[in-house]
Design a protein around this ligand. Structure first.
Ligand SMILES: NC(=O)c1ccc[n+]([C@@H]2O[C@H](COP(=O)([O-])OP(=O)(O)OC[C@H]3O[C@@H](n4cnc5c(N)ncnc54)[C@H](OP(=O)(O)O)[C@@H]3O)[C@@H](O)[C@H]2O)c1
Length: 299
């Protein structure tokens, strides 16, 4: 399957391009970027063809793997799906509900396969944890915190869209994805903000469990860390999210997308519909935070 890589930034270079090279049955055929020199550089390293023209890029591939900011991704992925290309998306799938809905509609109409790279969901040990969570059952709740330090000056992740949207939209998708998968679909959201970009969220899950989370990108390196656990009748079960092999995880996601595309199968536990549903949780949290900041009690 001929893949195009959209994006030539840090994350594309350390994760997407190496994963595309190392995945069986997948070829990195084309690289698109807004910066022609950067596209030429990545393409040369992987013996792919660089493109600046998006239509020519899409015409050259069967599928597109995205590593661009979420609002840019939503627009290009909608166009890619309409052109019949399978899509390997990054989280969050979009920054507005309208853009996410438009992307889902384009994917469904075209009948293409989609997978969203919620990194931890493609780790074997986290999948084993989720299987144990399901097998044990009886969970009353969950708790999580992602204290990220991406907004420090020297971080390669200190990018314009993260500075604008903060931890809720950058690390929030990973956390909501895990809490949703372990405790059930989210039925309601309550959110409030602290200092800087700190967000606190309470989720109610189908079946009655509740979970809490704290999200930020402005923690110091000394405070940084990520933890998720569920608790209930049988005790407490923490997700093994310490060390992530991101290239292997993305390679798993690429392999599953390619297998689904070959089989004409469009559903996946982390497909674009799930990406949209996670985005709805974030958008509702953002609405409440904005309302509180404006002095209006959230509806
Ligand atoms: N799954 C994970 O664990 C994980 C980890 C890290 C990142 N990500 C995701 O990867 C995606 C990219 O993140 P990032 O930090 O690499 O973003 P970024 O550095 O802001 O941008 C990456 C690429 O997008 C290009 N770009 C920026 N703005 C653009 C625009 N308006 N039009 C066209 N291209 C544009 C950049 O081009 P220039 O080089 O010309 O600026 C660069 O090639 C995000 O969705 C993020 O959530 C996921």
């Amino acid at each position: 399957m001929r893949f195009g890589l959209a994006g030539t930034g840090y994350w594309a270079r350390v994760t997407h391009a190496p994963a595309l090279r190392s995945t069986a049955g997948v070829e990195l055929a084309a690289v698109w970027g807004r910066n022609p020199q950067a596209a030429a550089g990545v393409a040369a390293e992987y013996r792919a063809t660089p493109y600046h023209d998006l239509s020519a890029f899409l015409a050259a591939v069967d599928a597109v793997c995205f590593a661009v900011p979420p609002d840019v991704q939503a627009a290009i992925a909608t166009r890619a799906a309409r052109a019949g290309k399978h899509v390997l998306l990054e989280k969050p799938v979009a920054l507005t509900e309208a853009a996410a809905d438009g992307l889902v509609e384009a994917v469904e109409r075209a009948g293409v396969a989609s997978v969203v790279f919620f990194t931890n969901r493609f780790q074997p040990d986290v999948r084993a944890w989720l299987a144990e969570v399901e097998a044990r059952g009886g969970w009353a709740g969950g708790a999580s915190a992602w204290l990220g330090s991406a907004l420090r000056e020297s971080s390669p992740f200190n990018t314009p869209w993260r500075r604008q949207m903060g931890g809720l939209w950058d690390v929030g998708p990973h956390v909501v994805s895990l809490l949703w998968a372990s405790l059930g679909p989210v039925t309601s959201v309550t959110a409030d903000a602290g200092l800087a970009d700190i967000t606190h969220v309470v989720l109610h899950h189908e079946g009655g469990a509740t979970s809490t989370t704290t999200l930020t990108l402005s923690a110091t390196e000394a405070a940084a860390g990520f933890e998720v656990y569920v608790w209930g009748e049988s005790g407490r079960l923490a997700a093994p999210i310490g060390s992530v092999d991101r290239v292997t995880a993305l390679s798993t996601a690429l392999g599953e997308l390619a297998a689904n595309a070959r089989a004409g199968q469009t559903g996946h536990p982390c497909d674009v519909r799930f990406g949209r549903d996670v985005g709805r949780v974030l958008a509702e949290a953002q609405r409440q935070i904005d309302a509180r900041r404006a002095g209006r009690p959230p509806a």
